[in-house]
Structures are given as C-alpha cells and as structure tokens.
Design a protein around this ligand. Structure first.
Ligand code: BGC
Length: 358
C-alpha cells in the first residue's frame, strides 16, 4: 500500500482568513506536500487544517478547529495553537527562579494553564515562507509578558517533508533567566474532524512512567510506573479500552489528561514517542520528539458547544491531544528536567508527526 502519494507539493500560499476587532488582518497559509495539506493561521500560529488521505485515498481534515476566525478568539480550547511561554500548568501561578518569585495570571482554577489567559495562542505572529515547503512564524514576547521574566525572541518552523510528515521546530532566546516550555495543541481525530469519537483509535506511548496529579491536575511529584494501570500504552491499545476504569487518576481528570514520561528522555534529535492508528480509515500517525514527555489528553472537556468546519459539534472524546513537552509545573519541581533558559542559550524543541495508511 503506497504511503506517500506522488505529490511534489506546491509553494506556500497566503490568503486573508479574517480580521481581529482592532482591524488586524489574519492570514491563512496553505502548504501541501506528500499527500498532506496544512493550513496555518498567523493568529496563534494555529494549525487550522491538517488533511491526510485515508486508505482509499480520500482526504479528510484530521484536526479539530473552526472555519472562521471569530471562534478562535473567543471559544477555542487551544485548537491547533502554539502554546507559550509555558505549555501545561504552573501551580498557583507562581514560581521562584534564582531567588525571585514570579507571579502569573491564573486561568485554570488556582493554576496557570498554557502561558496565561493572554498566551501566545492569542497573538498575531509574523509569518513567512521558509524554503519550498516551510513556514516560519516569529514572535517577540516582552519582559514581563504574562508575568514571565525576560524578553524572548521566538521562532517556530512548520515544515512538510517529502512523505507529507509535519515537523515543528521551536527556538527561543532570552535576555534574562526565565522558563520556557513550548508545544502545539493539535486535537487529532484520524477518522476526520466531526466524524465521532476516538475511543477505537489505537494509541501506543513509549512511556513506562507518568506523573500522577492532584485534584487541580498539578503533578504530585511522583513518577509512577504505568504497569498494571489504565496508563499502560506501551503496547498500543484502543483509547477507550480502560478509559472508564474507576481509577482515581482517571476520575480526577474525567479521562486521560496526564503527562507521560518518555523512556527516551531529552534527545538531540526527534525520537519515537507515540503511534496512533484509526482502524476504520486506515490512517496511522507516529510522533517523534526531542522532548522528554508528552501530555495525553483525551478531549475530556469537549462538551458539544463548539462546531467544526464539518458543521458537526465536538463532544467529549471526539479528539485527543499528544502535546510534546517538558513536565507540567517543572519550575516548582527541581527534580523534573529543567525548563530554565538563560541569556546566551537557545531553547530548541522539535516534533515530527509522520503519516501512513494500513
Ligand atoms: C490540558 C487540559 C485542558 C486542555 C484544553 C490540555 O493541554 O491538559 O486539561 O483542558 O488542554 O484546554
């Protein structure tokens, strides 16, 4: 079965997607190569569409989103967005670095989620093509942005490879010590958005451990083995198989919403982290990353109030996220891999989503 349609691709193309309330134009860039069609917004660096063919060659958008700008600015649970400065949670919106306490806006119960209520998912990025099949987004984040110290210069590349694989490269530098943890918040449904739940998707995670959470989804600090728990995805299994187990951690998060500790740790080049397979469409995705962890979120808080481009609503479990990252709340857990970035250093992170059909 060919996994790479004979598709040399086309040069990045720009169109106007909408306008913000203050008149700022938001662009949508389209990249195509190797059977993948990728559409990225300058607003939030959002992946608005990620199209892949099924085993019969029929394309579908395998990521959740909206077909207009307005709901992205008001209602989006981070659909496809670039997340910064700190992906995932920081407990009680505070951390101490080099003896100074920093306060962040709290936007998720008592905690800060995904960089605060005005995170990078809500910024207009400067976008321009890089190479024949890439797009580079740039953002300058001033000192004190959402309470974080240091002015940050950030670049994110979206690149399509020959086989249609999507590679995301993140880089950042700072002028003062700070913490950084960047990710992308794609919601995947390999059957196509609006097509129902992901309970039958087979998920494999190269993680023998995960970080259990407290009642506000902050890691307790424990690095727990997945063996003999619903968190064991070392052999791929349907997402829905153990999802309704009355395990205290699943009750707490209304499903999976946990940081999996990748066995490979931090790596210089992307290494295997996850596989996701939809038996109905035949679409298979693999995730490789340089990051030491991945947040597996089973779309628990989708509640039927949002409508996708398909015209259908999104309900609990209609998609899942595999957010490559450092551990949540690392700034408050000295034993976790460090997220500190200092002047003179460059933060780098790379993740590759590759596709095939079976
Ligand atoms: C978090 C969830 C949150 C979701 C969307 C995920 O990264 O772990 O708890 O509900 O993002 O907001």
């Amino acid at each position: 079965m060919p996994t790479t349609p004979d598709d040399p691709g086309s040069a990045p193309r720009r169109e106007v997607f909408g306008r913000l309330a203050d008149g700022t134009e938001v662009h949508r860039w389209t990249l195509a190569r190797g059977g993948t069609v990728l559409k990225v917004l300058s607003y939030g660096g959002i992946v608005q569409t990620l199209e892949r063919p099924d085993r019969a060659g029929h394309p579908a958008n395998v990521s959740l989103g909206f077909d207009t700008l307005a709901p992205y600015t008001t209602d989006s649970p981070y659909f496809g967005a670039l997340i910064g400065r700190y992906g995932n949670r920081v407990a009680r919106g505070r951390f101490t670095l080099d003896g100074t306490e920093h306060r962040l806006p709290v936007n998720d119960g008592p905690n800060t989620l995904h960089g605060g209520d005005d995170g990078w998912d809500r910024r207009v990025w400067h976008a321009e093509p890089s190479g024949a099949h890439g797009l580079t987004l740039r953002l300058t984040s001033p000192d004190g942005d959402q309470g974080f110290p240091g002015a940050l210069a950030v670049e994110v590349d979206y690149l399509l490879g020959e086989a249609g694989e999507l590679r995301i490269d993140y880089r950042a530098t700072t002028d003062a010590p700070t913490v950084v943890n960047l990710t992308n918040h794609l919601y995947f449904n390999l059957g196509g958005e609006g097509g129902g739940g992901i309970g039958d998707h087979r998920l494999g995670l190269a993680a023998a451990h995960y970080t259990p959470v407290d009642g506000t989804l902050i890691p307790t600090g424990e690095i727990a083995p997945v063996a003999d728990t619903p968190f064991d995805f070392r052999r791929a299994k349907p997402v829905g198989r153990d999802l309704r187990t009355a395990h205290p951690q699943l009750l707490r998060a209304q499903g999976y919403d946990h940081n999996f500790v990748l066995d490979k740790g931090v790596t210089a080049a992307p290494e295997h982290a996850a596989t996701l397979y939809d038996p109905a469409s035949g679409r298979l995705m693999t995730v490789a990353t340089t990051e030491p962890a991945l947040q597996f979120y089973s779309g628990n808080f989708l509640d039927g109030t949002l409508t996708g481009p398909s015209g259908r609503t999104y309900r609990q479990g209609d998609a899942l996220c595999l957010e490559t990252q450092h551990f949540p709340d690392s700034p408050n857990h000295p034993a976790f891999p460090s997220t500190v970035l200092r002047p003179g250093e460059t933060y780098t992170s790379s993740t590759v989503y590759a596709f095939a059909v079976r």
